[in-house]
Design a protein around this ligand. Structure first.
Ligand code: E4P
Length: 218
């Protein structure tokens, strides 16, 4: 399973890179705004910086919601760096644009997926990734994991090459369940990735090993 970090924060991205387990990055307009990045030039420069930090796919989201606008923004993003994956919302013009990008060999991530039907449509259009939002479904009392299971099964039934990128992954049980269900990728904040390091018995066991070593070796 690939680990993507879901942030536009360069420090967090660098920390995940240094851990040696990072396969890519996802961003969205809210995450870019959180970092105070405003204006097209600043946004483009920030994406470039992220791409230079990470050896892997970096999802950069279009703001336009009409076909021509999505194509224009997506092509500009794709020209920035070979790591860029154009992130396109699951809307009618978005699906049409995904088909266009696919035919031109530009990678895409279809975002804001909340149903198996939406994922199937994006896969039919040739999306590289679909991003079902697990946490946001849980937020409204639905079952995000059930959606991951459905999409994994459907893509496997037909051998679609589209990868299931579980998004809105908020905590470790989410991540582990995605792994059990066979999601190709999870994207989550840094604390979820580093949280995987922790177990109280590891801390206790290490303290005992070091104490026993000290007893004999001084
Ligand atoms: C994915 O691409 C999205 O950026 C992200 O995972 C959304 O997560 P949230 O629901 O925690 O905002």
């Amino acid at each position: 399973m690939k680990f993507f970090i879901d942030t536009a924060n360069l420090k967090d991205i660098q920390e995940a890179v240094e851990l040696g387990v990072l396969d890519g990055v996802t961003t969205n307009p809210s995450l870019m705004a959180k970092e105070g990045i405003k204006g097209t030039d600043a946004v483009m420069a920030h994406y470039k910086q992220i791409c230079e930090l990470v050896d892997g796919d970096v999802s950069a989201e279009v703001i336009a919601t009409d076909y021509e606008g999505i194509i224009r923004e997506g092509e500009a993003l794709a020209e920035l760096h070979p790591n860029i994956v154009v992130k396109v919302p699951m809307i009618r013009d978005g699906v049409k644009a995904i088909r266009y990008f696919t035919d031109k060999g530009i990678k895409t991530n279809c975002t804001l997926i909340f149903s198996a039907g939406q994922a199937l449509l994006a896969a039919k259009a040739g999306a590289t990734y679909v991003s079902p939002f697990v946490g946001r479904l849980d937020d409204i009392g639905a079952d995000g994991m059930q959606l991951i299971q459905q999409i994994v099964d459907i893509f496997s039934n037909y051998g679609y090459p589209t990868q299931v990128l579980a998004a809105s992954v908020r905590h470790i049980p989410h991540l582990i369940q995605c792994a059990e269900l066979g999601a190709d990728v999870v994207t989550c904040p840094l604390n979820v990735i580093t949280g995987l390091l922790n177990h109280p018995l590891t801390d206790k066991g290490l303290a005992t090993f070091l104490a026993d070593h000290k007893k004999v070796n001084g």
